[in-house]
Design a protein around this ligand. Structure first.
Ligand code: 16G
Ligand code: MG
Length: 553
């Protein structure tokens, strides 16, 4: 077939280094940009096949998120704007690792397994972040996509690309598949929602945003005029001078527990990561102490707001908060015991939380690291809409229904979106007349520590119960259980990282000292029982409190 001749010709321009093996991991392929040209070309091919198979538009995003500037990566976006389905992650790995001469055979194997009609038209949306390598790598993707099938969005945040794909495949029902469509939808919804906070002062409308020197900064700038001064943004790390994710961005702030460079963090601040799908808030108090409000605090704020409105509106909708094992124990206790909200725990990785959240009328999901959003079922949206339109409904119920209705379009329901989350949080604080200090005081985080342990093969660790228990190697869970029993309010778990060649250890306890020593003892158990390499983990005497070593969560 002519198509296959073209693949052969083009693939020669994007050769695979022999022997290189890469895995489609938790968030796609991610490694040094120099190793990715053939991967990009092949993901262009695969996205075209996925588009033919689903008869829908598929997205390809070129980004390595919070990783250093030298890295890059790629992930595929399915028709409703969600992460690509797991069977196709397997195909992605298969196609990426086929040696040059086996590429066609590997492609044909996928076509056959999925019974793909090759004469079906394809449509692929391609987006990229601000990394310098993203220019040539996104071209390599487009080479893989047939010239007719592709639509190159150029610079976009990851969630913007997810949004475009969903708009396109719902024939505009979700919104208009353009940048203007995105800004208009979100900012009009924000303005509508904050009309209910009419006595909000200019001071309260002010927010400092750290753009991580990345795509989020560019896009916040673009959106500002649409917000009609209803939010006053001071933008830092806007990419004009600094390096992407270097000493700034959500990951830096969360891991280092300090403000990014170049920012006065006295007041309300937030940081995005390098592709703007993560957000964390923070402030420094009058005694100079830094306070981080992570994804757990965001989930609590949003779910409290929604729960109050549901009660006022008298709407019987089941709401749940979805977290991972990394969620601070205090947040889970607060949600379950005080707020009486259903809490679910899933494995780490946005796709797992997203799928769990889809099971409820309203699913609020957040990882502690700041990835997250809210999903409304079709039925829930319709019920809210009907109540908001019902003229027989009395005052308080009506107000709550209207607020719920205006909340929905502020949210990017395809995936966690720093810009959309920021607007939602700002609207909630304004409506509730709440300061960041009051938000922070809803509950106090339990002191915690994260460590990583190098082992010969991290796959020897197998987990169950949403990664909260280790089922192998033998004896490890028993060892963790007996260590945890030594401390008050303690909890600990271990899991193999999906993005780095390490085992991650998490511990929390009543005091920082206890959390530190529990984390260290559990690290030793991992080292001894799971084939640790290098020297034994050292106790944490020299690490300042609150620094979560090597944590990506
Ligand atoms: C990826 C995931 C993130 C997860 C992290 C865990 C997405 C978009 N990103 O960055 O959700 O928290 O991996 O990394 O799914 P780890 O497996 O190395 O701990
Ligand atoms: Mg990211």
């Amino acid at each position: 077939m002519v198509q296959f001749q073209e693949v052969t010709k083009q693939s020669a321009l994007h050769p695979k280094p022999a022997g290189l093996v890469l895995q489609y991991g938790t968030a796609g392929f991610r490694t040094n940009a120099k190793l990715l040209d053939h991967i990009m070309f092949r993901m262009g091919l695969l996205a075209t096949l996925r588009s033919k198979k689903t008869k829908a538009t598929i997205g390809v995003m070129v980004t390595a998120s919070h990783n250093p500037e030298e890295d890059n990566g790629v992930k595929l976006v399915d028709p409703m704007g969600e992460m690509v389905t797991p069977t196709w992650e397997v195909y992605a790995t298969q196609l990426a690792n086929a040696e040059q001469d086996d590429l066609l055979a590997s492609l044909k194997d996928i076509i056959e397994k999925e019974s793909i009609n090759m004469s079906q038209e394809a449509n692929v949306f391609v987006g990229k972040d601000t990394r310098s390598s993203s220019v040539s790598l996104s071209k390599a993707v487009l080479d893989g996509v047939s010239a007719l099938a592709g639509h190159n969005y150029g610079l976009v945040t990851t969630p913007q690309l997810h949004y475009m794909v969903c708009c396109q495949n719902t024939q505009g029902e979700y919104g208009e598949a353009t940048m203007k469509g995105y800004y208009t939808k979100l900012s009009q919804a924000f303005i509508q929602l904050t009309k209910n906070a009419s006595n909000c002062t200019d001071d309260q409308k002010h927010l400092s945003v750290d753009g991580a020197n990345g795509i989020g900064a560019l896009k916040v700038r673009e959106m500002e005029s649409h917000l009609k001064k209803e939010l006053h943004i001071s933008l830092f790390n806007d990419g004009s001078t600094g390096k992407l994710n270097h000493q700034c961005g959500a990951d830096f702030v969360k891991v280092q527990q300090k403000p990014p460079t170049g920012m006065n963090s006295g007041e309300r601040c937030c940081s995005f990561d390098g592709d703007a799908d993560r957000i964390v808030y923070y402030y420094t108090d009058s005694e100079g102490r830094f306070h981080l409000l992570d994804g757990d605090k965001v989930a609590t704020l949003i779910s409290t707001f929604l729960k109050e409105l549901l009660t006022q509106a008298g709407l019987d909708l089941e709401m749940a908060v979805v977290q991972t094992a990394y969620a601070n124990g205090s947040s889970t206790n607060y949600l379950e015991d005080t707020m009486k909200v259903t809490v679910r725990c899933t494995k780490t990785g946005v796709k797992h939380l997203h799928h769990a959240a889809q099971e409820f009328d309203i699913g609020v999901y957040f990882e502690a690291n700041g990835h997250g959003t809210v999903l409304f079922s079709k039925a829930a949206e319709e019920k809210i809409q009907r109540l908001a339109e019902d003229s027989s409904v009395a005052n308080e119920r009506k107000r709550a229904a209207l607020l719920l209705r205006s909340t929905i379009p502020v949210i990017n329901q395809t995936v966690g979106d720093a810009i959309s989350d920021m607007l939602l949080i700002e609207a909630i604080l304004a409506i509730k007349g709440m300061t960041i200090q009051q938000w922070d005081a809803i509950y106090s985080d339990l002191p915690n520590r994260q460590l990583k342990v190098k082992v010969a093969d991290r796959r020897v660790i197998d987990t169950a119960d949403a990664e909260r228990r280790a089922v192998s190697p033998k004896g490890l869970q028993e060892a963790i259980d007996s260590l945890v029993r030594k401390y008050r309010e303690a909890r600990s778990f271990v899991r193999p990282s999906g993005t780095e060649d390490v085992v991650r250890v998490y511990a929390e306890a009543e005091t920082q000292e206890s959390a530190d020593s529990l984390a260290h003892e559990v690290s030793l158990a991992v080292y001894r029982l799971a084939g640790g390499v290098g020297g034994e983990p050292e106790p944490l005497t020299n690490v300042p409190t609150n620094i979560h070593q090597g944590c990506v969560n």
